[in-house]
Design a protein around this ligand. Structure first.
Ligand code: AMP
Ligand code: ZN
Length: 462
């Protein structure tokens, strides 16, 4: 069956076929490992996972590379500000390497919790410094780059058209409107490929242009080219990467090989929290761990992502997560009931379900429609092992572990809360009621209600 994906490059849904044989070559922009990945980040990787699984379900093999950005991503996403890794290292009094290792491990822990398949190739930026240096040299040799006192810059005016993905028109852009004015830069949109390290910079490497560190964009161009070739099938990332990062990747690859590096560019829309942005100041930056601590399965969040197509914004609320957890439980119950049934279902019905499901996932990963087929099967009153098998087959795409036994919702309490409860129990044992009440109030402030019953103390999330 034909597959259609929306291509950000052409702004249309196009038929997808691999460029060569049966293998699909994909590149995904991976995390910058200086802080915890949020459930927003995970929406993008759940999309990546569904893409992988859909292609495999269609019989393709994959060569998929994802980078780990452990150097060069500046606070602004552009050329201003400190390197995110160095900033975090200073704040946490660790080395950038320690920071990278810690957050990379945590990132993949979330992958496992969400049943997100790992790409075949995971490549760290700091393992590819020499490759990047060669890429920069090639851009200089080809006349697309120039050296200033602070960096090697890409000269966007040398391209026939910069802004292919986001459609920006450089003629309408004023200098300094988006980027700081640097007197040495030839054009305001020129971006740094290779940055000369200031005195106190920790991460720096010897290069023909002195002690330097790479820019964020050059990492992806270099590693995608190294592992997947000049032109590969699909490039993925979150929607925020379109206007700077991916635009610059295209520019670099065109300067080096003369080609746009990927045939399809696919982008995942953002996750919103209670209708707005996730932000530290609003205290709504949620991690997968937070979902677990409130008694939800990470896979309930994956189910929630299937309620909207990846190119749409998705609004996270705790009520919606509760509904998704219930849906996941119902799905597993549905599977179990079919598995215990003995009805015979005719092949036509099975094939009809199969076709509808495949049509939905092959239509730009339309998961809400695919899920409606899943629910039709669950609700089928004829309980049959054939339908259980079909659900299991669809779980190759969903990856929500439908064979798992449902558990009662358990509240996994944060360490700090457990300690407070312990202190309160101690106070009660000492008949220090004033202290016990104080701790109860403190717990309430932190969002936990304690109740003292005959059976003991119970804790509930507010
Ligand atoms: P970062 O680690 O910040 O480089 O981001 C990793 C990936 O997560 C990128 O593809 C981002 O575009 C994506 N991303 C960041 N925030 C969100 C969000 N709220 N919703 C969906 N994707 C996001
Ligand atoms: Zn990238």
């Amino acid at each position: 069956m034909k597959i259609f994906f929306y291509n950000t490059l052409t702004k249309t849904k196009e038929e997808f076929k691999p460029l060569e044989g049966n293998e699909v070559r994909i590149y995904t922009c991976g995390p910058t490992v200086y802080k915890d990945a949020t459930i927003g980040n995970m929406k993008s990787y759940i999309f990546m996972d569904t893409l992988r699984r859909t292609l495999k379900y269609n019989g393709y093999t994959l060569k998929h590379a994802m980078n780990i950005t452990d150097v060069g991503h500046l606070v602004s996403d552009g050329d201003e500000g400190e390197d995110k890794m160095e900033k975090a290292a200073k704040e946490e009094k660790k080395t950038p390497l320690e920071i990278a290792k810690y957050y990379t491990d945590k990132f993949f822990e979330d992958f496992d919790r969400l049943n997100i398949e790992r790409p075949e190739i995971i490549c760290k930026a700091t393992d590819h410094i020499k490759d990047m240096e060669k890429f920069v040299q090639k851009l200089l040799d080809n006349g697309f780059a120039y050296e200033t006192s602070t960096a090697i810059y890409f000269d966007v005016s040398k391209l026939d058209n910069y802004g292919l993905l986001s459609g920006i028109d450089l003629r309408n852009q004023k200098a300094g409107a988006r980027v700081e004015i640097d007197e040495e830069k030839r054009n305001p949109y020129d971006f740094a490929l290779w940055i000369k390290a200031p005195e106190n910079h920790i991460m720096k490497w010897e290069s023909p242009w002195g002690l330097c560190y790479p820019g964020w964009h050059i990492e992806c161009s270099t590693m995608s080219n190294k592992y997947l070739g000049d032109v590969f099938d699909i490039h993925t990332g979150g929607i925020d990467l379109v206007p700077t990062h991916h635009e610059n990747e295209i520019a670099q690859s065109k300067g080096c090989t003369g080609k746009i590096p990927a045939r399809f560019w696919m982008h995942c829309e953002f996750l919103l929290i209670d209708g707005g942005k996730m932000s530290k100041s609003l205290g709504n930056v949620y991690l997968v761990q937070d979902l677990i601590e409130r008694g939800y399965e990470p896979l309930a969040f994956k189910m929630m992502c299937f309620t909207s197509q990846y190119r749409n914004k998705l609004n996270f609320t705790w009520d919606a997560l509760e509904a998704s957890q219930n849906a996941l439980n119902r799905l597993r119950e549905g599977y179990k009931k079919h598995n215990e049934g003995n009805e015979k279902i005719d092949e036509n019905t099975i094939n009809e379900y199969k076709t509808k499901f495949l049509e939905a996932i092959n239509d730009d990963l339309n998961m809400p429609v695919a899920m409606s087929v899943v629910w039709d099967i669950v609700k089928n009153p004829n309980k049959s092992k054939q339908l259980a098998e079909l659900l299991l087959d669809f779980d190759r795409v969903l990856g929500v572990d439908i064979q798992k036994e449902n558990k009662e919702k358990e509240l996994e309490l944060p360490k700090e809360i457990k300690e407070l409860i312990e202190q309160r129990n101690q106070a009660r044992a000492n008949k220090d009621w004033a202290l016990s009440d104080n701790i109860r109030d403190e717990l309430k402030e932190k969002g936990y209600i304690v109740k003292d019953t005959k059976e003991g103390t119970t804790v509930e999330k507010l």
